[in-house]
Design a protein around this ligand. Structure first.
Ligand SMILES: Nc1nc2c(c(=O)[nH]1)N[C@H]1C(S)=C(S)[C@@H](COP(=O)(O)OP(=O)(O)OC[C@H]3O[C@@H](n4cnc5c(=O)[nH]c(N)nc54)[C@H](O)[C@@H]3O)O[C@H]1N2
Ligand SMILES: Nc1nc2c(c(=O)[nH]1)N[C@H]1C(S)=C(S)[C@@H](COP(=O)(O)OP(=O)(O)OC[C@H]3O[C@@H](n4cnc5c(=O)[nH]c(N)nc54)[C@H](O)[C@@H]3O)O[C@H]1N2
Ligand code: SF4
Ligand SMILES: [Mo]
Length: 804
């Protein structure tokens, strides 16, 4: 029975009441609302927006009362959520009203950060930029941004950094997040952008989820899947994840592989599909290249070999392949268990290959989601605020560079394109080595989120590096800055953003930011003015002053590119709930599904990149690509399995994986300031398998030390259904809210500096560690009572309400 829930229930009851539905039916509406103490009619205004606490971007209205955000409710008509909101969406907005927001700029004087006015702070930023340019050239400047700004802000930043300053050192934290999603799409389909739509969940009959704990990380998308799983014609579910996550608990087959072995397990599944001829040969012949090479490679990855390497049963691999091979509408997804693991891009591409050889792309219920994580990561990539060119243009294609130069009215030579743009891990290395002397960090907290934190802290703390941090709070990174710029947050500024299924939302400013905090766009425009950045005719380079104008400029650049925004406008976005790109003359309402005609973005003149070798990361030569132009056919790329580079050994016998809990957002600057969320998961914990715990003499709640070759973290042990030999630590717990010094708790103290050869994404999910008991149980176990961390140890759990 479905009982109405109180607004406050989404902590204990994460996914809320079920609304089951059958294939092809519309997902029922359920409106979630949290406006404490106020009835709808007491609210002054409702401002349409979308949640920015994950890549779903659920449509929501912001309640405004007396000039402050007073709550939120889901938008019933939004194509993403049909009214639903998850825990972070419902409660996370409270961070906006936190009393410890940054309200004035800070500058470092005699070692201390002191308040100042905007003019002083920005003059200092501009003066130091110019000084570094004069002494060290444009390669002395670096910019490290995010997946959480708005499209207009990224676009402006990309123009400033690339065309204005001419530095190749511009990247986003999307490098840590979805660089592999981007590259998996580019390598297979020629261009970034997920092919499918969330409506494919409504019609699929098979789901394959790889390294994707969607139940905790995109709770509303999981509600949609769960409503299908509870509906009349339940889709089959295959899950590949070393932990017994809430998703795995629902699976028909759960392959709890050893971390780092994705390519092996996926190749074994491909092996089975090909051996049992579950291949759509006609479609493959017409719409793809590379099938024979794939068949060759996977021939020597049979289930028996994979069973040994991955530590699972061969029969389970066969059963997984049988389910996938029997399905007629397959939706596959991947996220950080793939992207941050060993052989990231190689593995992500094998998931594309599963859908490609089944001919299951571009039709309702058939797609692969190379998922995003952050709400606006797609825009970082589209605008080129990461290491790509704006509008998915190809930096190795001279015509593309010329096109961009024409739009910006600069010379092609002014846009660095002589070599691949610098990726984030290299930016930090250049800071370490001293060739970058000015680093501007916007909307990200690398002192907690990058690997090997002692190294990152020492890089950011150097005297010779001038560090600017633009954030809403005094984060661990801001504490190390020379200048701190107080930023307005979501709800306090206007802009657009695009979710993982390419749906664009507009979020209008609902309230004023606190104190003197400013919208990031305004800060960037101010900087461009102070730096006097000019185009080739001497006119100001940045030709806009409002978000809407910035949007218009980007929309023009994107015309005829895969991410075509030319048919979108603020007026249209205000008129409707969420519109997917491309949106243009041909698709005035947006195109829900790409590649419906089996034509992909791989043509040599059109593609975003000429691609890489998946095993080595070697870039393909443009001429070579042109000589074998796939010309619109998808590219099936194979890869052999290679063992992880840091295997476990006698000294470090366990494998550490890191990730998320449902209640917290990254470094907790928002969720740690929302009472319900912080109370639900107040402290770090260490997940262990009960057998491992026993042999270490560790009981539930004991304080343990996790040691790697790079550092140590401490936390209470939590005995869970994680696979033996594996340890999991959530990475949310830095130091900003700690009242006194104590042992280290940020998971990245122990992670290591290594990245994927193709996407350059750091490998946060595979680190050899040992675990040592420090003390007996001191406090109640700190793990939240829900999510993967909840699963009781001895297999005593029940799968609640699962339809048999
Ligand atoms: N609550 C919450 N939601 C979020 C976020 C958040 O911070 N909190 N962040 C958002 C962002 S930016 C992102 S990127 C996403 C991330 O979302 P997810 O990728 O779903 O989350 P993670 O916990 O990082 O990792 C997913 C799973 O990968 C598994 N895994 C680890 N190693 C391997 C491996 O080698 N192979 C396989 N197959 N699986 C492995 C882990 O056990 C884990 O369950 O979440 C988004 N949503
Ligand atoms: N060990 C380990 N490490 C990881 C991961 C993992 O799974 N394991 N996951 C990685 C992934 S996928 C991600 S996405 C990263 C996330 O890592 P970060 O990006 O470092 O984490 P956030 O806490 O989201 O940082 C965003 C910052 O922006 C600020 N902010 C919020 N809104 C605004 C705004 O509008 N303007 C400005 N200027 N600032 C704002 C917030 O206060 C916060 O300080 O972590 C990565 N690190
Ligand atoms: S699923 Fe993501 S976008 Fe939707 S409410 Fe939750 S955090 Fe926000
Ligand atoms: Mo992410």
């Amino acid at each position: 029975m479905t009982r109405p829930r109180s607004d406050d229930d989404r902590i204990a009851d994460i996914w809320g009441p079920r609304t089951p539905y059958a294939a092809g039916e519309r997902w029922p509406v359920r409106v979630d609302r949290f406006v404490p103490g106020l009835a709808d009619e007491d609210v002054d205004r409702w401002v349409p927006s979308a949640c920015v606490l994950c890549s779903n971007c659920c449509g929501m209205d912001i309640a405004v009362k007396d000039g402050r955000i007073a709550g939120v409710r889901g938008r019933a008509g939004d194509r993403i959520n049909h009214g639903r909101l998850g825990p972070k969406g419902l409660y996370g907005w409270q961070a906006n009203n936190s009393p410890d927001r940054l309200t004035r700029p800070l500058v470092r004087r005699r070692g201390r950060l002191v308040e100042t006015d905007w003019d002083t702070a920005m003059n200092l930023v501009a003066e130091r930029s110019r000084r570094v340019m004069d002494r060290h050239g444009r390669l002395g400047l670096g910019f490290y941004n995010t997946g959480q700004l708005f499209l207009e802000e990224y676009y402006t930043l990309a123009v400033i950094a690339r065309a204005g300053l001419g530095t190749p050192h511009l990247d986003g934290n999307t490098r840590l997040c979805t660089a592999t999603a981007e590259w998996a799409l580019v390598e297979s389909f020629g261009s970034d952008g997920n092919p499918g739509s969330y409506t494919d969940i409504d019609t699929c009959d098979t789901l394959l989820l790889v390294g994707h704990n969607v139940a905790e990380t995109q709770t509303v998308l999981w509600m949609r899947m769960l409503d299908r799983l509870r509906g009349p014609d339940r889709p089959r579910l295959v899950v590949i994840d070393p932990r017994l996550t809430p998703v795995a608990r629902e699976a028909d087959v759960h392959l709890a592989i050893r971390p780092g072995t994705n390519v092996m397990i996926l190749n074994a599944i491909l092996h089975e599909l090909i051996a049992r001829d579950r291949v759509d040969h006609e479609w493959v012949a017409r719409h793809t290249v590379g099938f024979d090479a794939l068949a060759d490679v996977v021939r020597d990855h049979p289930p028996e070999r994979a069973a040994e390497v991955c530590g699972v049963e061969a029969a389970d691999i066969r059963e997984a392949a049988r389910i996938i091979g029997a399905g007629r509408r397959l939706v596959s997804t991947a996220l950080q268990g793939v992207y941050q693991s060993h052989q990231a891009t190689a593995a992500a591409v094998q998931i594309n290959n599963i859908n490609l050889i089944r001919g299951m792309i571009g039709r309702p219920g058939c797609t692969v989601f190379q998922m995003n994580g952050q709400p606006t990561a797609q825009n970082t990539r589209e605008t080129g605020a990461n290491g790509s060119l704006t509008a998915f243009l190809n930096f190795q294609n001279d015509e593309h560079v010329e096109l961009l130069a024409r739009h910006w009215n600069v010379r092609p030579i002014d846009i660095p394109h002589w070599w691949e743009p610098t990726h984030a891990m290299e930016i930090f290395r250049f800071c370490e080595q001293g060739s970058i002397r000015f680093l501007w960090v916007i909307c990200t907290n690398p002192a907690v989120s990058l690997p090997e934190l002692h190294r990152i802290r020492s890089i950011l703390d150097q005297k010779r590096l001038f560090l600017v941090v633009q954030d809403a709070f005094l984060t661990e990174t801001a504490e190390l800055a020379d200048v701190v710029l107080p930023a307005a947050m979501w709800g306090e500024k206007t802009g657009t953003y695009t979710n993982a299924d390419r749906t664009v939302h507009l979020s209008d400013k609902a309230v004023e930011p606190p104190g003197e905090a400013r919208a990031d766009l305004d800060v960037l425009l101010d900087y461009a003015r102070r730096m006097d950045l000019r185009d080739k005719d001497g006119a100001p380079l940045v030709k806009w002053s409002t978000p809407e104008e910035a949007f218009g400029h980007f929309a023009a650049v994107s015309r005829d590119r895969p991410c075509d925004y030319s048919g979108l406008s603020y007026a249209k976005l205000r008129d409707r709930d969420g519109i997917p790109w491309p949106c243009n003359g041909r698709y005035p309402d947006g195109r829900e599904r790409l590649y419906t005609d089996g034509v992909f973005g791989t043509g040599a003149d059109y593609c975003e990149s000429f691609g890489h070798d998946l095993e080595t990361g070697a870039a393909n030569e443009p001429d070579e690509y042109r000589a074998h132009d796939p010309a619109g056919r998808a590219i099936i790329k194979a890869a052999h399995y290679k063992p992880p580079h840091e295997p476990v050994d006698d000294d470090y016998p366990l494998q550490l994986s890191t990730g998320r809990t449902v209640y917290h957002w990254h470094t907790r600057t928002k969720t740690g300031r929302a009472r319900q969320l912080q109370d639900a998961a107040p402290r770090v914990w260490v997940e262990l398998n009960p057998d491992d715990a026993r042999s270490l003499g560790v009981a539930e709640g004991d304080l343990v030390r996790v040691e790697s070759r790079r550092g140590i973290v401490h936390g209470p042990a939590r005995l869970t259904g994680i696979r033996p030999g594996t340890v999991f630590v959530p990475f949310h717990y830095g130091y900003w809210d700690r009242r006194e010094a104590g042992p280290r708790t940020a998971a990245n103290e122990v992670t290591r500096t290594e990245w994927d050869p193709v996407s350059k994404q750091p490998i946060f999910k595979v680190t050899a560690v040992r675990v040592v008991r420090v003390a007996g149980r001191r406090a109640p176990a700190a793990a939240p009572e829900a999510g993967a961390g909840r699963v009781p140890a001895a297999g005593a759990h029940t799968v609640e309400g699962r339809t048999p």
